[in-house]
Every structure is written in structure tokens, then in C-alpha cells.
Ligand binder design. Sequence first.
Ligand code: PRX
Length: 646
Amino acid sequence: MADIESLLKEKRVFKPSPEFRKQANWNKKDVREFRKSGEKPERFWAKMAKENLDWFTPWKKALEWKAPNAKWFAGGKLNVSYNCVDRHANSWRKNKAAIIWEGEPGDTRVITYGELHREVQQFSNVLKSLGVKKGDRVALYMPMVPELAIAMLACTRIGAPHSIVFGGFSAESLRDRINDAGAKVVVTADGGYRRGEPFALKPMVDEACEATPTIQAIVTVKRTGEPTAMKDGRDVWWHDAMATASAKCPPAKLDAEHPLFILYTSGTTGKPKGILHTTGGYLTHVTTTAKAIFDLKDEDVYWCTADIGWITGHSYVVYGILANGATTVMYEGTPTHPGPDRFWDIIERWGVTIFYTAPTAIRTFIRLGDEHPKGHDLSSLRLLGSVGEPINPEAWIWYNKVIGNRKCPIVDTWWQTETGGIMITPLPGAVDTKPGSATLTFPGVHAAILDEDGNEVKPPDGGLLAITKPWPGMLRGIWGDKKRFKETYWSKWKGTYFPGDGAHRDKDGYFWIMGRIDDVMNISGHRIGTMEVESALVSHDDVAEAAVVGRPDEITGTAIVAFVTPRGGINADEAMKKTLLGHVTKEIGAIAKPKEIRFTDALPKTRSGKIMRRLLRDIAEGKESVGDTTTLEDYSVVAKLRADDD
Ligand code: PRX
């Protein structure tokens, strides 16, 4: 509630400039009209699907909805790679840049739609030659190189759902994801570059594939040229396979509900969920939102800084952007290499016009100092976006002033891996913005603030964010786990989707997202489940028990704090902390490494044995507990933890 109070004090309103409004893809009138038709979501989205995509066969019915199962455009046939590549390669856009890629060492590649067309078809044939058929899963574990986008599009061309595993995840995480999806092939690279150094990926794949019975082949892109072991009969180099592959592969005519990809995300248990997205609805959602929210034009140079390993990269580095025939920038490395101005340098050199990044990055840049952006000509920019976590008003204002020179609208976009595309957002030529608010729902999307019982909460009180009607990009399930799908998202209220975020609305109906209300943390805009980190910690032989909580952090939004009870006879010292950090990195990946580990003889529990995380959260934040502690079994545990804190 304190957060809500402070945000409510934010009274500044920014109107779209007349110049921006005049040229916007969607003006106020369009938005009014679309909102009206969006009252019946299927009416609005069917119009968008027709207008923005090419279909081989029209659908029979725009929406079949029997909660929690939706079918969008069923019976309609289309192909994602055809929509993202062929239709542009067959037009005047043939020699237009589809991908502008920059490697961290400074090497660059510009890939036109014509070239992309050729390479996607070739790689589709490579996949086929490795035995990949329609419906087979392909795991992609790669750095940010163009081959990742090519591999994704090739999968969609032949109807093989991809499962991208972020390159920062460990071999163990990769193995679990490969096995859960039952992937047949892995595409990877020898490595990539980060902070000026090459890092290896292929050895992690080798380690993962020691226990992945479904994997038949591994394709490896040569990126760093570091020595890399290859196993005869299983491993092939990307360039060798491509050299002999034909550049003709007709796109498969796939049903709109054909599985497009699985993307794993953290939940409230130790096991990540394989979020399943399908073809027609998803592509309609991301293509329409990209065009309207980013105001994409043919002249634009669009750059989203997300890694393709996350949903933002899927939807708004690749699919939504290429489907519009736009130019997408892909950058391989860290934002601060070789200097703190790398991003601004990229914007200046390529003439980036639309820039989409995360609040964590913005807060980092604020700390690094204004001289870095100010040392570059950023006048090409015309629109800015934010995603992944709530943006604090101070960061918003800085973004507007220092990066946008007060002339760029900011679109603060709320959505999730599960929603597929943006749900709550300003429309830059039509909606006034307020720093810290994601503003209003996109036309055809319906959200509300509800209490536990499903009653609407009156502004300005806080409650649970709810999506009350189906939308085309919605997840169709959790891979292999119908029960968890129903329980996680559809059991709180009847027929209404529960995203797991707290939020409130102001008197103008604007949404203010307050963050996760479940045991999922948002670290630098990436979701990590507390249970996942806990399971990793307790899997270490020297750990008896562990509890993990998030505490607010100025830069990363949330920082992970772990309370660990070592087994008897184990020295709880710095060396042990180091061992545990290494262990979590090995089990999950470096992004899940706790910022702080605190050793304790015991954890505060209720009489029924449940760990009282709320108390631990207060302790991690150095706050006095105000909540009820009457269910606490042994108060001395808390007293001791607090004493350790001093
Ligand atoms: O808590 C919300 C936060 O990120 C969560 C979704 O995480 P993920 O599936 O990894 O997708 C991130 C990129 C779409 C949400 O439940 N979140 C995302 N965008 C915003 C946000 N919180 C506040 N404002 C946003 N704009």
C-alpha cells in the first residue's frame, strides 16, 4: 500500500505532441473505434488478423472459447516464416535490411529480407535432413547472433515448435528443458562474447546431452572460433550443413492452432513451466501490437535490447517486427562494453528511431552518468519503450529527458511470457502518459482489478490484476501439464485469467502495476521463482534447509536473499558462501545467484511447519515486522536473525 500511496502522488501527465499525433499509425479516432469493436475481442482481432497477416486459407470461426481453452482462427492456415520473410522478400523490401546485427567485438552484419529468405529456407532443409518433422521440438541454445533468428524462422517454416533456452542458463537447466519438451535437435554455437571475452556454449550442450534420450543431432554455429569438441555422427557445424542445403523449401501450411513455440518460465514451484504458444493468434497479437504501439514505419530502425531467450525477444525482436517488414537491430553483448556508452553509440551509428529496453537498464544508465548519452547524437530517436518491471517515475522522467530529449513518447508496456504480446500500454499517438503507469488496455484486451473473490476493487485501492476476456496471444497451456495450467492461471476466478501481479487503477482508469504477488521474483526484469533457487540450494550436500526471498534493489528491481541452514558440522563461512553461489550457477545459471546469503541455525516457521517468508522478507529489508506473528512456532529464531542483522 505504501507503494500505491507514493505512486498516487505522481500527477504529471504527458500528452503526445501534435507532430507525433499527426503521423501516428493509430490516431485517437482509430483507437476509439478499435476499442469499441474490441468490446467483442473476436471482432476486433479478426479484423487485425485479416489486415496484418497473409493467410493461405481463411479461418472458419475467429474464436472458440471454453475456459480455459481458446482456439483462435481455427481452420485458418498460415505460416509464420512466410509472414515474417517471404511476403517482404517477394516485394520491394527484398533488399531492405531485415536484421542489423552487431557483435560485441564490433563486427557487424546486415541481412536483407532477400538474404533472410534464402537462409531460412536453407536451414529448414538442414532441419529436415536431420529428421525434424512437423510437430517435432527443436531446442535453441544460442548467443544473440542472426543464426538464432534464422533457426527460429526455419522451425516455424516446417511446423517444428522451438524451445529457446536463454544462453545464460546452466547445462542442468538446459537438460531439464530439453527433456521436458522432448526435443529432437539442439541448435547452439561454439560460444559468444560478453564483457570483451568469449564464453563457451557447446560444452554445456555436451554436458546436458549426456542425459537427453530424445536428442539426435546438435548443430553448432561457429561464432568465437575457440577449440570445440564435436562428436561424430551427432554433431554438425552450421556452415557445413548450410553449404550443401538447397535454398528452396516451401512454407508448410499450418493450422492457426498449430504449436509455434514453448518457452520456459519460472513459477511458484521448483520446476519451470513450458508456456505453449500457437501460430495464428500469437502472430496476429504481436504483429498488431508492434505496428500500433511502436508506430512501426518502413523507414524505422527499431531496436529492442532484450535477449531472444526471453519472451520480449521472441515477440518484439523477431516475430512482431519482421512480420511488419521492419528493420530490427540485434546486439550480441553487454550494454557497457567496451565503454558505458555502447548503447548510445549503437543508436547514433545505426540511426535507431525506436528504442525498447528495461527499467533495470535505464536505472543502470542513470547511475553511470548523463555524460555518456550526452556524448552522442541521439536525435534519430522518435519513440521509447519500457518493459519487464514497473518503471519508477524518476527513471521514466530521466528516460524522457536525457534519452528522448523530451520529444519521444514513452510506451510502458505490461505483459508476460504467458500473454504472448503486450496487453496494457499507451498508444503513442492517442493516449496521454503518466510516469509509472502502463496506462490502458490495448483494444480487444480486457483487464480489471479484482479481490480474491472476484469482486471489482474500486479505485484507488489495490488488488489483483485480472484479464477478463480471451485474447489471441494467450498461452494455450503448459507443455505436458494440463492440471498445472488450470490451477495456476484459471482457478482463482471462473473464466478469468490470473497473471499473478498486484495493481490498482486511478480515477482515469489508468493501470499502475505493483509487481508480483506470488513467490516469483523479478530480477532485472527476469522471472526467477524463489522455490527454484531454494531447490538448487538444498540440492547441495552441505545444506539442511534454505529459504529465498526478494528484497527491493535500486538497480535490479529485486535482489535475491537466501537464508541457509547448513548441515551439522559444516563451517558457515565465506568459503561456503562462494561454494553455494557456484552451486546455484551450476544448477540454474548466473542470473539466479543470490546477492546475499545469510546463515542461520533455524528458519522461522509456523506451527504447521511452513516457512514464514513474509518475516524473512522484512528481515532482508531490515524492516520491523508489522504483520501477525502469532502463528510463529519459535520467536527466538526471528530475534536471532534480527540480532545477526545489526
Ligand atoms: O510482474 C510483471 C512484470 O513482469 C512479469 C512478466 O515477466 P515475464 O513473463 O518474464 O515477461 C517479461 C516481459 C514481458 C509480469 O507479471 N512486468 C512486465 N512488464 C511490466 C511489468 N511490471 C510492470 N510494468 C511493466 N511494464
